[in-house]
Design a protein around this ligand. Structure first.
Ligand SMILES: Nc1ncnc2c1ncn2[C@@H]1O[C@H](COP(=O)(O)OP(=O)(O)O)[C@@H](O)[C@H]1O
Ligand SMILES: [Mg+2]
Length: 299
């Protein structure tokens, strides 16, 4: 069966990689005969009383939407109009929020670094109690990780070497939400990205940074194709399922004896780097998976 499909990306992020991501899906959807159209999030206006307005004109609902953006309100509006959105607004919301991801994974018994969630301060740049910091330091020792709740490309993840730096970093973060995390030192500068689609891992790569504890490619990490073992695949699929993702890029750290520990689950993981180093274009598997989901829903 063929469907009409919208691919939505963010109109305010100017980097070409976001358009490239949308184009990869466009190509894959057209390959299976779907009628795909790419829209920026700011071209679409939704009214919950059942109207979709695109560039000022009322339009028909698409059969499904691929949401490559994090405009969670728009994704939710589309869901209220009974349009299947991949990934769902809820999945994107959990993935975007590192504290929500930690909670979902921990609750599902999936290995994730020990974490202490910092208290909400309503945006106020309040310094934490000394007893609180003592507890964090006793639990994790140094170095430890401070991670802002919202961040990408490793830019809001900090390796903290001592107490003075901890207080300084807290001051810099101000009132933004964040968490403390155990530093998995066996994984310094190395992680693996497993692309999960449904219950399968379709492609994987290893990322190695030479001069940084963070393995992000944008941060200078080098990538190479990787063959995950059964345990790594199982943990990645469980993590993807735990946040309700139809597809996701799961990052694994190497714990003691190489045991996989989930670092994060990206609902909007870009698939270009994976394609460049493995030759596997995951967008095809994703579109096929969406077709299977739609066929099961309509059956
Ligand atoms: N607890 C940790 N222990 C060791 N390394 C970590 C830890 N958390 C993050 N990292 C490193 O930092 C990188 C970025 O962290 P991540 O949580 O994935 O943030 P981002 O969303 O910005 O990519 C990871 O790819 C990994 O290399
Ligand atoms: Mg990451």
């Amino acid at each position: 069966m063929s469907y009409s499909c919208w691919i939505i990306y963010n109109g305010f992020l100017k980097s070409d990689k976001f358009i490239d991501f949308a184009n990869m899906f466009h190509h894959a959807a057209n390959t299976v005969g779907d009628k795909a159209t790419i829209y920026r999030n700011d071209e679409i206006l939704t009214l919950i009383e059942n109207n979709l307005i695109v560039n000022g004109k009322q339009v028909q609902r698409p059969d499904y939407v691929i949401f490559t953006d994090k405009d969670i309100y728009l994704a939710k509006q589309l869901e209220y109009l009974h349009i299947p959105v991949f990934n769902s607004s809820e999945t994107i919301e959990i993935s975007d929020d590192k504290i929500k991801t930690y909670q979902a994974l921990k609750f599902a018994n999936i290995p994730i670094p020990e974490t202490i969630v910092a208290p909400k301060t309503y945006g106020l740049p309040i310094q934490l109690d000394h007893s609180y910091i003592e507890y964090v330091m006793d639990t994790f020792g140094f170095p430890l990780i401070i991670k802002e709740t919202f961040g990408s490309f490793g830019e809001q993840v900090y390796l903290i070497e001592d107490e003075a730096t901890l207080y300084k970093k807290k001051k810099e973060i101000g009132g933004k939400p964040f968490m403390f995390q155990k530093f998995i030192n066996t994984s310094y500068g190395v992680d693996v990205r497993l692309q999960v689609v449904g219950n399968e891992v379709v492609a994987s790569m290893k990322r190695v940074a030479e001069n940084d504890f963070r393995a992000n490619i944008t941060n200078g990490g080098k990538m190479m194709a990787y063959t995950p073992n059964e345990e790594e695949k199982r943990v990645a699929v469980q993590a993807s399922n735990a946040i309700g993702a139809h597809f996701s890029g799961v990052d694994l750290l190497f714990g003691k004896n190489g045991k996989p520990i989930v670092c994060e689950v990206n609902s909007n993981a870009h698939i270009r780097n994976l394609y460049d180093c493995t030759g596997i274009d995951a967008s095809h598997a994703i579109i096929e998976h969406i077709h299977r989901v739609l066929e099961n829903t309509n059956a």
